[in-house]
Design a protein around this ligand. Structure first.
Ligand code: HEC
Ligand code: HEC
Ligand code: HEC
Ligand code: HEC
Ligand code: HEC
Length: 280
């Protein structure tokens, strides 16, 4: 039936439009072969979702107004393997705060105003997100207290009073130190707790790190001039769940006209939910 074929084709084109829009928003790249097929205006343009806007930012790192002073040096620092510290001085927070004040520690003692947190220890376990930007000097100035974060020091008298977290917090469930929190948990607990308590700073996942979305130019395999269904099929090869979620949305179930249309509220004429065929 000609009519069925037409609607199937239209539905197909619509799906390609939505797919390409998604790719553009998330990875910031178009799959080169599929581009030829898309007709502008086939996809409904909704306001961008914050998650996807963030994922598009420079270097894949979540963007704010703040600019990193030296991204390359920070990357090198992030990859340093820090020797593990076995023993620490257990002192109460108030005692430590007083001690660091007496020592006159201040933002002048901050050699690195900025850290990119991208630990090789954590990456070995999981790598779902891009590195986290941490504005060290800005935080130290805001907190006006080094001890809230640098809560312990190593026993070794030669060690820095404000030793890196990653010296004491490394793998979770370290065999000889099961009481020692892993680095990811140490960061998450300290960073998010303070943001929550102060009601300032991000507590949502993408406020600190963008999703690590792989380059889809490498992933998507399509022939030179793919049919709309081929593109959808290719996405579904990996995104089965997203495909099933889509079936519960208006993209799949739409019926026209909108029930909000004045004087036509009760009329439901055409749409995928009634008489239009879904090819995919
Ligand atoms: C206040 C900032 C902050 C927030 C909010 C935050 N994280 Fe993180 N997250 C970090 C830091 C810092 C690291 C460690 C980065 C490193 O050194 O690799 C990290 C690492 C991770 C890692 C391991 C590294 C990776 O790439 O897989 C996962 C998984 C993760 N976070 C998930 C989440 C989830 C899920 C949420 C939201 C519920 C969240 N985070 C919210 C700061 C944050
Ligand atoms: C909001 C939390 C926070 C505050 C406040 C803070 N720091 Fe830090 N500091 C960090 C984090 C996180 C790191 C990086 C940890 C890592 O790499 O494991 C760091 C690293 C450092 C390092 C590098 C240590 C090394 O071994 O290379 C120095 C030095 C330092 N801080 C000094 C200070 C001083 C001095 C103050 C107070 C004026 C201060 N910090 C306040 C969180 C903080
Ligand atoms: C000299 C070692 C050492 C350094 C450096 C260190 N920690 Fe810890 N941290 C510990 C030990 C030991 C514990 C567990 C025992 C305890 O809390 O009494 C701990 C516990 C924690 C906890 C659990 C809650 C709490 O406050 O007790 C968090 C969160 C934490 N650390 C985050 C950090 C962060 C973030 C940094 C860097 C800014 C850091 N730690 C630096 C040794 C250290
Ligand atoms: C002592 C409290 C405290 C801790 C601990 C803390 N933060 Fe924050 N953070 C703040 C405050 C306050 C702000 C808001 C600063 C502002 O609005 O200028 C903030 C803002 C931020 C922002 C947004 C900055 C911007 O310019 O938009 C990021 C990202 C961030 N924090 C990451 C982290 C990470 C990662 C950690 C843990 C390593 C951390 N914070 C630990 C208090 C804290
Ligand atoms: C070979 C496997 C593969 C294929 C084919 C593929 N993707 Fe992906 N895609 C991934 C992986 C892996 C991720 C990152 C993990 C995740 O978010 O699920 C991802 C992430 C995404 C994201 C970001 C999701 C988020 O939560 O931020 C979008 C959007 C996306 N893919 C769209 C598409 C579209 C559209 C197609 C078809 C043109 C496609 N993908 C084909 C594997 C694939």
């Amino acid at each position: 039936m000609k009519n069925k074929k037409m609607t199937a084709l239209l539905a197909g084109i619509f799906m390609v439009g939505v797919s390409l829009l998604l790719i553009l928003m998330s990875a910031g790249q178009w799959p080169s072969q599929a581009r030829a097929k898309v007709t502008p205006g086939t996809a409904t343009v909704s306001p961008p979702i914050p998650a996807m806007v963030s994922a598009k930012a420079d270097n894949g790192v979540v963007k704010t107004d703040w600019k990193a002073p030296d991204q390359e040096a920070a990357k090198l620092r992030a990859n340093e393997e820090v020797p593990f510290v076995e023993t620490f001085i257990d002192e109460c927070l108030l005692c430590r705060q007083q001690k660091l004040r007496d020592q006159g520690l201040s933002t002048k003692d901050i050699p690195n105003t900025y850290f990119l947190l991208d630990s090789p220890i954590i990456k070995k376990q999981e790598d779902h997100y891009k590195p986290v930007r941490f504005m060290h000097a800005k935080h130290a100035a805001e907190a006006n207290d080094c001890a809230v974060c640098h809560h312990y020091r190593p026993t070794d008298p030669e060690a820095l009073e404000t030793t890196r977290c990653s010296a004491c917090h490394q793998e979770s469930f370290k065999k000889d130190h099961p009481e020692r929190l892993g680095l990811k948990a140490a960061y998450h607990l300290q960073c998010m707790k303070c943001h929550q308590d102060m009601n300032k700073g991000p507590v949502d996942c993408i406020g600190c790190h963008a999703k690590n979305v792989p380059d889809h130019k490498e992933l998507v395999k399509l022939p030179a001039n793919p049919a709309p269904e081929q593109v959808t099929n290719e996405c579904l090869r990996c995104h089965q769940e997203a495909g099933e979620d889509m079936l519960t949305t208006a993209h799949w179930l739409w019926k026209g006209p909108s029930p909000n249309t004045m004087e036509h509220r009760k009329e439901v004429r055409h749409g995928k939910g009634t008489d239009v065929f879904n090819n995919y």
